[in-house]
Design a protein around this ligand. Structure first.
Ligand code: ADP
Length: 395
């Protein structure tokens, strides 16, 4: 049978990341990965085949600006390397109805558009390539995989805000995000530590966007994000959880408009806001400015607090996993966090942590902590391959 290839597309506000996977009996195999950066101004295309650059980075120029033109270019480029049979997309919000990946049609795309108010900073960007591909290749199978979906299994109390029922009915619920990352970690943990995998595990996804998730039996029980990706931990530029009174204070006492408040809470807060320097953890770690340490300490403190809270959601904790840009690469943050988790039974192995070993706790530690690199696109690829094989079986 002809080998099936499919693209995975992860569209943000200014970049379009992509991978090309081949469906194999052992699961999806990544053949190509790349991105188009600066898609709204002068797009720059880069791609790697295996560990080699497919070609030098290419400045596409202003005439390629926008999702539609970039995707047109990307598809033509991909089809020079392989026939593309389907496309999988990361979509941040699936609302109440989509707790599984779904094959898109015009009706479902409309439903996903209606969810834009629940994720105004992400959903529109995620939907752009879907629209563009539907126009360019109406026959191509497109699959949406949702960041919220994995959290549909959360315990009832973890999905609810203590608000009047009318708000709940309007969709104001604690959905949770980074679900594709957590789903991938849950899958990978079965290989890394098969004994721990079904137990009570807290995963810290620490990137520019940061959240934590409590897993039991590989399923989400609770998480730190809520209605939007602005909740929970402080992030690169987002404040995370706040007393709602802060918003009233900003509006009433400081005469700030809703747009200004949104801009501050999403783009001027978190590590960037506290340090007054940058959202970038690498730079904060290198800085001697006391405000950089202040931002790091607050980030670490909130992570430690959430280890406590999520352990309570699980009725205890058996292990921990760190992932995403900071979780995978910053031994400083991991060290500070784990040192504050002794009361939960974690003992840091300084040497293992400094050398980015997979397990960063000592042999004597009552609970293990691991570093597992996440791969949301590979998780999407698993879903797309599954749907492709089901479609084939039924045709
Ligand atoms: P996003 O949420 O945008 O996908 P990433 O998962 O790529 O974010 O994480 C980006 C964060 O990871 C940045 O704060 C960056 O500074 C941090 N990071 C990456 N490498 C390192 C490193 N070696 N040491 C410390 N922080 C790092």
């Amino acid at each position: 049978m002809e080998q099936q290839n499919f693209a995975v597309i992860n569209a943000g506000s200014s970049s379009l990341k992509f991978s090309l996977f081949a469906a194999t009996p052992a699961g999806p195999v990544r053949r190509i990965r790349g991105q188009i950066a600066e898609i709204n101004s002068t797009p720059i295309f880069s791609a790697r085949i295996g560990s080699h650059s497919a070609e030098p980075d290419r400045l596409l120029g202003e005439s390629y600006s926008g999702h539609h033109r970039c995707l047109d270019f990307l598809l033509a480029w991909l089809e020079q390397h392989a026939q593309v049979h389907a496309a999988g997309h990361r979509v941040v919000h699936g609302g109440l109805h989509y707790s599984q990946p779904v094959v898109l049609d015009a009706t479902i795309i409309k439903e996903l558009e209606a969810l834009i108010p629940l994720a105004p900073l992400h959903q529109p960007h995620n939907l752009q390539p879907i629209h563009a591909l539907a126009r360019l290749h109406p026959g191509l199978m497109q699959v949406a995989c949702f960041d919220t979906a994995f959290h549909a299994s959360k315990r009832k109390e973890a999905q609810q805000f203590p608000l009047p029922a009318t708000l709940k009915d309007a969709g104001v619920r604690r959905y949770g995000f980074h679900g594709l990352s957590y789903e991938y970690i849950a899958m990978k943990l079965k290989e890394v530590d098969p004994v721990l995998a079904p137990k009570r595990v807290v995963v810290a996804h620490l990137g520019n966007g940061a959240s934590m998730c409590a897993l039991h039996q590989g399923k989400a029980v609770d998480s730190t994000m809520g209605l939007t990706a602005a909740d929970g931990l402080p992030m690169g530029t987002r404040s995370g959880s706040l007393d709602p009174g802060v918003v009233f204070f900003m509006a009433r006492e400081m005469n700030m408009s809703l747009d200004t408040i949104e801009d501050i809470l999403y783009r001027q807060s978190g590590l960037k806001g506290v340090s007054g320097l940058t959202h970038d953890m690498r730079l904060l770690e290198q800085s001697n400015d006391p405000r950089a340490s202040e931002a790091i300490d607050l980030f670490v403190y909130r992570i430690q607090q959430q280890f406590g809270a999520l352990s309570a959601s699980l009725g205890g904790i058996d292990g921990a996993v760190f992932t995403a840009g900071i979780g995978e690469n910053s031994h400083l943050i991991r060290s500070k966090v784990v040192k504050g988790l002794q009361w939960l039974g974690f003992e840091l192995d300084e040497q293992a942590n400094a050398t980015h070993a997979s397990r960063i706790t000592t042999r004597q530690s009552n609970r293990p902590a691991y570093v597992i690199p996440t791969d949301e696109d590979l998780m999407i690829a698993h879903h797309v391959q599954h749907i492709l094989s089901e479609t084939q079986a039924s045709s």
